[in-house]
Design a protein around this ligand. Sequence first.
Ligand SMILES: Nc1ncnc2c1ncn2[C@@H]1O[C@H](COP(=O)(O)OP(=O)(O)OP(=O)(O)O)[C@@H](O)[C@H]1O
Length: 300
Amino acid sequence: MTAVSMRGVNKKYGNVVALDDVSLNFAENRIHGLLGRNGAGKTTIMRILTGQGFESSGSVEVFGQRPYENADVLSHVCFVKESQKYPEMFSVHHALTAASLLYENWDPDFADSLVEEFELPLKRRIKKLSRGQLSALGVIIGLASRAPLTFFDEPYLGLDAVARQRFYDLLLADYAENPRTIVLSTHLIDEVSDLIEHVTLIDAGQVLLDEDAESLRSRAVTVTGPARAVEEFAAGHSELHREQLGGFLRVTLSGAAPEHSPDDLHVEPVSLQQLVVRTTQQAADERTASGATNNKGTRR
Ligand SMILES: Nc1ncnc2c1ncn2[C@@H]1O[C@H](COP(=O)(O)OP(=O)(O)OP(=O)(O)O)[C@@H](O)[C@H]1O
């Protein structure tokens, strides 16, 4: 089943093209990574999918319906973001109570245990919280909502490394018991690479990758060795990156890794982070070569 489907979606803000013919699917009950550089279009996608904005053209479906101004769909969607605004006088307790009324799968016991876990002061006004405490509040709402479709738009950036790891562990444990569709948008790719099951990479408003994380992980390698042997090995494969180190060559190749490699070559898998960086860089190089600008400009 598909939780989210976008087909040929375009979004313009004035003359800025934020999304350019975006088509993607988020399968139900999986953890998706929505990745891409600053300004790539990730938040624009999440805003459209959570009814906080709308597409200029194309088709958008969340659980089979258009989300914009659709209360039925939106009651199943939770969007946690760092820039979340709360009413001026709200305390942590008020925010959690409001969330409990909004989300029909809200688990109050789980929320309580998370408040303890992240040592959140319930009575404190939200505007007095530290950045990390504010992040923790977002994380708690996102987890305890148990919304069938939950977006985390980097709300955990304010957490320190220990608290972030705790969030990832809690997310995974709760997801295993209560499967639902989770979308993590993050720049900390190494941290979430074991968590995400599907990767959607956005760049300059376009989809560069929309694939299972498992197949992505197994399909790119870095090969290092004497230049001529590396050239022979690389022939016929799509090259993402190359570095010359004296008489040695290191290339990153996409496409199925050959089963056998010569002894004088060092072949190692590419991390998801490296693959994302290399793929994005390759797209930027191609844009430069074709004279197009990215979506920070007005011309494509
Ligand atoms: N309200 C707006 N008016 C004009 N341009 C906008 C608006 N919102 C977003 N943009 C532009 O659309 C593009 C996509 O922005 P978006 O916020 O979706 O990127 P992002 O991938 O979420 O980036 P980041 O990782 O930095 O949060 C950017 O070029 C941004 O400047």
